[in-house]
Design a protein around this ligand. Structure first.
Ligand code: SF4
Ligand code: SF4
Length: 206
């Protein structure tokens, strides 16, 4: 097992305390395939199937959002304000990207609700799936911990079927490698059909 790449590629963000969850998940998925990325991506699809947001608001509290210019404009229009009036700053190097340096997100309400939910950006919609797909685990999201735990158990119990699914889904898994977080399309939408496809293939496996 290529244990040495655990901490290089797959890591907790915001804390070093994994409580063994990270190690268990890694130990479950790494033997699936000689390609780390195929093994990781298929395992993250399994984890997404178990993920259930607990609506604690921690992601909005600890990970300030980043918006593309089109998204920032959409938010301004929704709030009936000018772009410059939004509580956001502009990256100097990337003038078309807006972010919030301070925490929590200014659009988070005291009730842990998103006040711009209908028009929130891709980075909000894709959380935490996108992080996981890139081998990052937000340490403040307890729902992710639970999903990884359940996924590790599931992968161990269905390892041959998941190996078969990797063969069938290779093109899909390569597609997930596109390194373009701020594309026009909201990538999070791509995960659910893939999760459904994975479980349909697993169901067919004899
Ligand atoms: S931190 Fe996780 S559980 Fe909490 S609101 Fe965000 S996604 Fe949901
Ligand atoms: S815009 Fe909404 S979903 Fe995104 S971080 Fe802020 S409160 Fe959370």
């Amino acid at each position: 097992m290529l244990r040495s790449d655990t901490h290089r590629k797959f890591r907790f963000m915001g804390s070093n305390a994994s409580g063994g969850v990270l190690e268990d998940f890694y130990a479950a998925f790494r033997p699936l395939h000689r390609s780390y990325w195929y093994a990781l991506r298929i395992s993250v699809l399994v984890a997404i199937s178990f993920f259930k947001c607990e609506k604690c608001g921690n992601c909005c509290r600890y990970s300030p959002p980043v918006f593309r210019e089109e998204e920032a404009k959409r938010i301004a229009k929704y709030l009936n304000r000018d772009l410059e009036e939004l509580p956001l700053e502009r990256f100097e190097q990337f003038s078309r990207v807006y972010y919030r340096a301070e925490k929590p997100c200014p659009f988070l309400t005291p009730e842990n609700k998103c006040s711009i939910y209908e028009v929130r950006g891709t980075c909000c919609r894709a959380f935490p799936h996108e992080w996981l797909m890139y081998g990052m685990v937000p340490a403040y999201c307890s729902a992710v911990f639970k999903a990884l735990k359940q996924a590790a158990k599931f992968i161990k119990e269905h390892i041959d079927a998941i190996r078969y699914a990797i063969d069938v889904m290779q093109e899909d898994l390569v597609m997930l490698a596109r390194d373009s977080r701020f594309k026009e399309e909201m990538r999070y939408k791509e995960y659910r059909p893939l999760v459904d496809r994975l479980f349909s293939i697993l169901g067919e496996y004899k």
